[in-house]
Every structure is written in structure tokens, then in C-alpha cells.
Design a protein around this ligand. Sequence first.
Ligand SMILES: Cc1cc2nc3c(=O)[nH]c(=O)nc-3n(C[C@H](O)[C@H](O)[C@H](O)COP(=O)(O)OP(=O)(O)OC[C@H]3O[C@@H](n4cnc5c(N)ncnc54)[C@H](O)[C@@H]3O)c2cc1C
Length: 480
Amino acid sequence: MNDCDEGRGGPVLMWFRRDLRLADNPALAWALRTGRPVIPFFLLDDEERRRGGASRWWLHGSLNALGEDLGRIGSRLVLRSGPAEGAIAALAEEAGASDIVWNRLYEPTLIKRDEGVESRCRDAGMAPRSFNAALLFEPCAVSTRTGRHYRVFTPFWRQCLKQGFEPAEGAVRRLLPPADWPASEELANWRLRPTAPDWASGLREAWQPGEAGARSRLERFLGERASGYAEGREFPADEGTGRLSPHLHFGEVGPRQVAATLGAVEPGSGAGAFLRQIGWREFSHHLLYHNPDMDSVNLQRGFDPMPWRDDPEGLRAWQQGRTGYPLVDAGMRELWTTGWMHNRVRMVAASFLTKHLLIDWRLGARWFLDTLVDADLANNSAGWQWVAGSGADAAPYFRIFNPTAQSQRFDAGGAYLRKWLPELRRLPDKWIHAPWEAPETVLAEAGVGIGETWPRPIVDHREARERALGIYRTVVREGA
Ligand SMILES: Cc1cc2nc3c(=O)[nH]c(=O)nc-3n(C[C@H](O)[C@H](O)[C@H](O)COP(=O)(O)OP(=O)(O)OC[C@H]3O[C@@H](n4cnc5c(N)ncnc54)[C@H](O)[C@@H]3O)c2cc1C
């Protein structure tokens, strides 16, 4: 793309997708540089409608915030719905636009959609242009010495850091409006928020979707937690992580902005550890781009014969936080209430489903996509496959998290458990991690009845571990 190229004429269409911000938005910045009127729009097509419930709630808030932000710089957000190619062609014709810009996405169905839109626009005599706003390193920008994509994180990230990345751009401060605005649909009519019942009160309490919310999260993290991140990130009660994942997914803040605010990163520092997690996000996108069926197909095909158990009751107990294992149940309830779960607890809960219950990781991944506000096909698929043991990176199948030991180690004082499991609140620290082992007198004093106020564990850890090891060993031996 030539920076001096000012496009063809008429207003420029700016298609907002998962880049719902005014700062460090290369497509929007290009539109501004043409000096012509800009029509920002968002399209609700089947791809967007397919989002899970929590993600749809977030999208409503984020579009609302973006509309207000655009209003402050003399513009607005036009809302349209329908299949992308037709809806965009109609909007372009109505607006007399011959240029359209957007920022690229890397999920297989979105790539296909965008290719369709691109060719339809070209057929109509328009000039589509796309940019990178979502990643530090686009999936094709990093390859091994032999020109292949990476399958292991550490060498991937080492190569990324060697290459360096582009700096973030500033915010757009004024947009020229068109003489006539095309018609817009009403956000409220899209019904992205739940109504009957309204289950989103916990989400409203926990989050502020939009660019301002993202900025304040990032500032708070830098001010209060970044320096202690390397250790603090493991303890779910401490709020030691950035909680930027939904903001990053919707592009309310971009990874270049995050990296820029960290400044010079010393090896072993909190900022270095944080940047490395951003690296995992990059790696997941790299993997998904090069393995487009990664959400449904094992990265290691040797895992295909895995005899997953059909256990709807076990799945339901896991979803509802009723397995009897406090850390798993606290995590699943945090997820249901706030749309988010701490990474350590995600690993333990996912391990419990796939190893203790031997339930197919794809069922767990689906539940996460429906309930997470940061639901993201790349990160979620990579996370589940990593835990299940079928992933690209080294995750030995014999690593089976012991949910009680994890709880004792990472929530020793039980603060996280007490927050999400009120029925266990009065148990002493010693017993809260494994209430079924507590003496009757202790249980009675704390008002806990095993099998009554608190579920009996749905599997015995030791037996479940042996069962999983046996099955995994056979599958790995036969698949190798
Ligand atoms: C089973 C499972 C499912 C997951 N599903 C998702 C998902 O749908 N969406 C999602 O964004 N993350 C997912 N993760 C990764 C991780 O748990 C979250 O990104 C993280 O907990 C978000 O919290 P944070 O913003 O405070 O992270 P921080 O610790 O502050 O990290 C900063 C950012 O780095 C990225 N990041 C951190 N850890 C990872 C990781 N392991 N993989 C990829 N990116 C990472 C996120 O964008 C995060 O916001 C999943 C992990 C597991 C084990």
C-alpha cells in the first residue's frame, strides 16, 4: 500500500470488526489520510451472530462505546446486518463509496468471508484495502529457517523477538462526515443482550466494554500489578493478571499498544513475563491460521482414536460447578458469573474434564466459547488442545492436574474458593480444599453436609488419574 495513494473518490467505507478502537487502527488511519469523508460501519452477519451469549453481551457494549467515541470526533457508527457481500455492496452503492478498508482477521471462516467481500468489491469497481491491527506478527510473517510454520512456542517466540515489531499509531481525532449518512439499524434491535432471563448482572459488575474500559484496565495493570506479574499471575485470588483478554479479542486495545506501554523489557521481569503471554496469543493465532481445523481436529492426529466417554451428567456437573472439587467448581462459577476465569483455574478445570472425566475436549471448548467474554477461537482451541495433550506444544499426557493439590498451592488461604463457594465459606483453610476429608465435627460446625450442601466428588482423584493414564498410554502407544 502506498501511503500517498488517496484512493478513488467519494466517501471511504471503514468496516469495523474486531478492531473496535480509534487508536492504533491502521485501516481507520488510512481512511483519515485520504482527506475524504469516512463512513464507519459494523456488520452483523452470521459470523457475528454465531458468537456465544457472553461474547454477544460484550459486543453490544463495545459497539455502543465505539458509537459514542465516534460521535465525539464528529462521526458515527452505521449499523447494518445481513450476509456480508450483499450488505456491503448495498451500503457502498447507497453511499457512493469506491474505497473500503478493514483490518485483517485470521479465523478460517472469516478469511473466506473477507475474500468473498474483496472480490465482490473489486467486481463492483471498488478498491478494497486491508491492514494488520490484531497481531504483533501476522501468521505468515514468521517462519522457520526452512520456510515452514512453527509448532512449538519457544522457538516461535524467540524468532518473533528477533524480528521486532511495528510501533503503535496514535488515535484518530477527527473524521470528516459524509454529506448524507446512510441509514443505520438500531443496536437495541439486534438483541445481543440477554433479557429473559437477564443473566448478565455479574458481567456488568465485572467489566466495562469499549476502548476507555480497555485503557483503564491497562493503566491499572501497569500501575499496580505489572512489576509483580511473574509471580502474581499464578494466584487466582490476587487479581495479579491484566484481565485484558476480552478487550484484546474485540480489538479495543491492540497488542502493539500493550507492548509499547511496557517499554524496555528486562529478561525475567514482570513486563517480560507479560509480553510472553501476549506471545502465546500470537502463537495461537499462528497455529490456527496454519491449522484451520484446529477447533475440531487434534493437532496430533495420533490422539484421534481417544475413546472419550459419553457422560452428559458429568458434563453438566462440570458446567454448573458441582463436581465436588472446590477449585474446579469455583472456576466454573466464576466463569458463569463474570464470563472470565483465571488461567491457572482454566487449566485445572479443563484438565478435570478431559482427564478425570475423559470427556472430549471439544465439548469443553464449546462451553467456554459460549460463556467466556474473551471467547476466541484461536486461544480457546490452543488452550484446550494443550491441556488435553493433543496440542502442538509439549504437554505430556501424563501431566494430570490434581485439583486439590493445585488449590492448596495456588489458593492456600482459600480466598478464591470462599469468594465463589459460599457454602464452604466457614470451613477452616486446612479442609476447604477437600471438604469430603474433613472430620464430621468440623463439617457440622461449618454447616457443610457432604452430599447435601456440598456435592460428594463425582470421581475419586486417584482412580480417575489411573484410568486416564491407562487410556492415554494405550492411545499414545498405538498412535505413535
Ligand atoms: C482451556 C483454556 C481455554 C482458554 N480460552 C481462551 C479464550 O477463549 N480466549 C482467550 O483470550 N484466552 C483463552 N485462554 C488463555 C488464557 O487463559 C487467557 O487469555 C487469560 O486467562 C486471560 O486473562 P488475562 O487477560 O488476565 O491474562 P494475562 O495473564 O494478563 O495475559 C495477557 C494477555 O495474553 C494473552 N494470553 C495469556 N495467556 C494466554 C494463553 N495461555 N494462550 C493465549 N493467549 C494468552 C491474553 O490475550 C491475555 O489477555 C484459555 C486457556 C485455557 C487453558
